[in-house]
Design a binder for this molecule. Structure first.
Ligand SMILES: *[C@@H]1O[C@H](CO)[C@@H](O)[C@H](O)[C@H]1NC(C)=O
Ligand SMILES: *[C@@H]1O[C@H](CO)[C@@H](O)[C@H](O)[C@H]1NC(C)=O
Ligand SMILES: *[C@@H]1O[C@H](CO)[C@@H](O)[C@H](O)[C@H]1NC(C)=O
Ligand SMILES: *[C@@H]1O[C@H](CO)[C@@H](O)[C@H](O)[C@H]1NC(C)=O
Length: 252
């Protein structure tokens, strides 16, 4: 084998490695946001898996005025009747047994999710600042009466600053995000997209992505740039190798 052939097969091999790394990364990235809940045989009270994504809307005189698409997980500590102590429970909201209602005003909107009859009432309140045309999630309240609760669980916080968006646009966060409400309640959101104001028809406005998603985007960009650099090096090495072999070894 000539030096030329050696360099050629060496660079082809490296190129193959780079290409397979690229495809591998792409397939991993494509797998990243799984949708449905894989809660096949998980025990009901520990690690319930990713919640299923629900579609929730609020109507005002027959037109949709608030729209939310998200998976929700409640992280709640309450007094257990059977164990007579405070226990932590992580519960996924099941969209097929969750009803959405609510209200819409010019600068206030709320989404009320009622689960399983009336055992769980979860309210999200949004405020719009009409000067700056910015909205945010300002309040969350939860009332729940689950079988093991010694008394109804009530939690409310109306001074929250989450999900900041612009009027006419939607707020989006594909990554898991934790909304701390009070000490005994936090809510994990999954693949969230919400628009509480300025909807036209039943379509979300342009999405404004959360910081978590933007950080996540950075990794493929860095990996891609590194791979592109590697490809360039291989190409240059190959061209130099070919030139050298043309000059010195071609007649061997
Ligand atoms: C639930 O909240 C507790 C305490 O706030 C925390 O330690 C735990 O990691 C949370 N679990 C999940 C699944 O978010
Ligand atoms: C609305 O936004 C303006 C401009 O950013 C700000 O000065 C004002 O305090 C905000 N109003 C409320 C109620 O937050
Ligand atoms: C949820 O709201 C309904 C209707 O307002 C009410 O009848 C029910 O008692 C509430 N459930 C809890 C657990 O607070
Ligand atoms: C309500 O939320 C704010 C902002 O996250 C927090 O500072 C405050 O402590 C919360 N209130 C309660 C009663 O936990």
């Amino acid at each position: 084998m000539t030096l030329y052939g050696g360099i050629r097969s060496w660079s082809l091999g490296l190129l193959l490695v780079v290409l397979s790394a690229v495809t591998l990364h792409q397939s991993v990235a494509a797998d990243a946001p799984p949708t449905g809940a894989p809660s096949t045989s998980a025990p009901p009270h520990k690690a319930p898996g990713r919640p299923e994504r629900g579609n929730y809307t609020v109507n005002n005189n027959g037109t949709i005025c608030l729209m939310a698409r998200m998976g929700l997980q409640l992280n709640i500590s309450f007094n257990s009747a059977s164990q007579n102590k405070t226990v932590l429970d992580v519960v996924n909201l099941q969209p097929n047994v969750t009803k959405s209602t609510g209200s819409c005003d010019t600068d206030k909107a709320s989404l009320l999710l009622t689960v399983d009859g009336d055992k769980t009432n979860l309210t999200f309140s949004f405020l719009l600042n009409s000067t700056s045309d910015k909205y945010h999630l300002s309040g969350v309240s939860l009332s729940a009466l689950w079988p093991d609760m010694s008394k109804p669980f009530l939690a409310e916080n109306n001074s929250l600053e989450y999900l900041h968006g612009t009027l006419g646009r939607s707020y989006m966060c594909r990554e898991e995000q934790t909304l701390d409400v009070v000490e005994s309640l936090s809510i994990n959101t999954f693949q969230l997209q919400v628009q509480p104001f300025g909807l036209t028809g039943d379509q979300f406005g342009a999405a404004e992505e959360c910081q978590l998603d933007e950080d996540d985007m950075l990794i493929p960009i860095i990996v891609g740039a590194a791979l592109a650099g590697l490809v360039l090096i291989v190409l240059v090495a190959y061209l130099i190798g070919r030139k050298r072999s043309h000059a010195g070894y071609q007649t061997i």
